[in-house]
Design a protein around this ligand. Structure first.
Ligand code: PMM
Length: 300
């Protein structure tokens, strides 16, 4: 596993895929929007995610769902900073999901450990400088366009190759801006300028993302591409939180493909799934000894 500079020690040494719990302090995120907008409830939920086994709690104050409008920086800070402060005070490892350097900087001052930028540094030119000077881990997600235009940008000839190429260009630009490459974590950005088939292709091509030479974070949780496999028997669509079992299946597959961290809403089952993948990965493989073909040595 590649080293991640600035990661708390106990996570740096983990011998399994990490689990990041999602805490959206927003009125309009697609699956948990409005549930944790109240500060106390948000903190309580963050602590619950940690108690359920989340290694990291990802706090966001701006919805990135397709079509979502932007909020201003002061509102974003107002939503997340008290929550970050309290969670950090309680010993939780916190990442902050923001595209703004101003918000990221304030969150780091409040004690956040990791910055998760769904735009990979494309939205705010101030972000690379902040990441360089703070030396924290930085999630670089594949991103093409803001929420109100992201679906129109979902055009690819070969989605896996193009996502890898565009992520490589981002890594290069960030390193050229003086960031230590060991701070960087890559994410293919499922659901961001990707249609259903693109998301499945990226799931199928996870192995190829290792070519980037950096740990991979994956956010499949409850996303629309899982709706097709979780439809009710009569074909009717199910709500996002009814996609949790399918999400857990993606966690197991991702962990088996060597993904470093999964970002999920429902932590407990994903924690089991990454443990299953770790046990499988370290199991003895006695059958690697040659087995004679059936019939050989069998006499009547
Ligand atoms: N997805 C969402 C938000 N933030 N961050 C990363 N790194 N990767 C993702 O896939 C990702 C993200 C959207 O999901 P949400 O509205 O449930 O938070």
């Amino acid at each position: 596993m590649n080293e991640v500079l600035g990661l708390p020690q106990h996570l740096a040494g983990a011998e399994r895929c990490l689990v990041m719990g999602v805490l959206n302090v927003t009125p309009d995120s697609f699956s948990d929007g409005g549930r944790w907008l109240d500060r106390d409830q948000a903190v309580e939920h963050g602590l619950r995610l940690r108690a359920q086994g989340a290694d990291i709690v990802d706090v966001g104050g701006e919805s990135t769902r397709p079509g979502a409008a932007r909020v201003d920086a002061s509102q974003e800070k107002q939503r997340i900073l008290p929550v970050v402060e309290q969670l950090v005070g309680a010993g939780v490892v916190v990442s902050v999901d923001t595209m703004r350097a101003e918000v990221a900087g304030a969150a780091l001052e409040a004690g956040a450990h990791i910055i998760n930028d769904v735009s990979g540094g494309l939205v705010d030119p101030g972000m690379p400088g902040l990441i360089r000077s703070s030396a924290v881990p930085y999630v670089v997600m594949h991103w093409r366009a803001p929420s109100d235009r992201m679906d129109r940008a979902a055009v690819y000839d070969d989605v896996v190759t193009e996502v890898i190429g565009e992520l490589r260009a981002r890594l290069r630009a960030l390193v050229d801006a003086g960031i230590d490459p060991r701070q960087l974590i890559v994410d293919p950005g499922l659901g961001f300028s990707k249609d259903i088939d693109h998301n499945w292709s990226l799931m199928a091509g996870l192995d190829r993302l290792h070519d980037l030479g950096r740990p991979i974070l994956l956010g499949a949780s409850r996303k629309r591409f899982l709706a097709a496999v979780t439809a009710a028997p009569d074909g009717s669509a199910v709500t996002p939180d009814a996609r949790d079992d399918a999400t857990t299946a993606t966690t197991a597959l991702a962990a088996s493909a060597g993904v470093w961290c999964v970002r999920v809403h429902d932590v407990r089952p994903s924690l089991d799934a990454v443990r299953v993948a770790a046990a499988l990965g370290s199991a003895d493989r006695p059958w690697s000894l040659p087995v004679p073909p059936f019939g050989e040595g069998i006499s009547r």
